[in-house]
Design a protein around this ligand. Structure first.
Ligand code: CA2
Length: 152
């Protein structure tokens, strides 16, 4: 019997505010609602998600660093750390797990400083601009990646 994949879902700074303000940019759903939907989808897909949020870069780095042997993949919305954090990038690169970066808003249609991600180059891919639905797309993407037959 194969063991169930565990996926770590990380949200960075200020994402605890989801659903409380700026609905034009970030939508109406709370983070708890987004996480509940993700848990429901995970169960449909036969995987499990562990959802965490922190406003502190070091927490995110520590959580990524402790994934080995416990998680099969990472979904991360690094928030503003997307554009600044060498530490989060290095942590993802070091653990070598497939990671998907997700942004609720279309970062490429916003201010210039949001166009650059330090994290995306060490990820499988980036989802941006699909609203909070993007988390579900990221989960489907990482599960499809994990379940694909090994390439010859
Ligand atoms: O679009 C995204 O998901 C972002 O990662 C959100 C970050 C921003 O710095 C990135 O450039 C793009 C900001 C998260 C702030 O979240 C809030 C949610 C509701 C209300 C206010 C802020």
């Amino acid at each position: 019997m194969t063991s169930q994949h565990q996926i770590l879902v990380l949200n960075g700074p200020n994402l605890q505010l989801l659903g409380t303000r700026k609905p034009d940019i970030y939508g109406c759903r709370s983070l708890a609602d987004v996480e509940d939907r993700l848990r429901a989808l995970a169960s449909e897909l036969g995987v499990a998600v562990d959802c965490r949020q922190s406003n502190h870069e070091g927490d995110l780095v520590d959580w990524i660093g402790s994934t080995q042997g416990r998680f099969s993949g990472i979904i991360i919305n690094p928030g503003a750390y997307t554009h600044t954090s060498v530490a989060i990038r290095d942590a993802i690169e070091a653990v070598g797990l497939p990671a998907v970066e997700i942004h609720i808003s279309n970062v490429h249609a916003r201010e210039e400083f949001r166009h650059r991600s330090l994290i995306a180059p060490v990820c499988l891919g980036q989802i941006s601009g699909m609203g909070t639905h993007g988390y579900e797309l990221a989960l489907r993407g990482v599960v499809a990646y994990l379940e694909q037959p090994a390439q010859a």
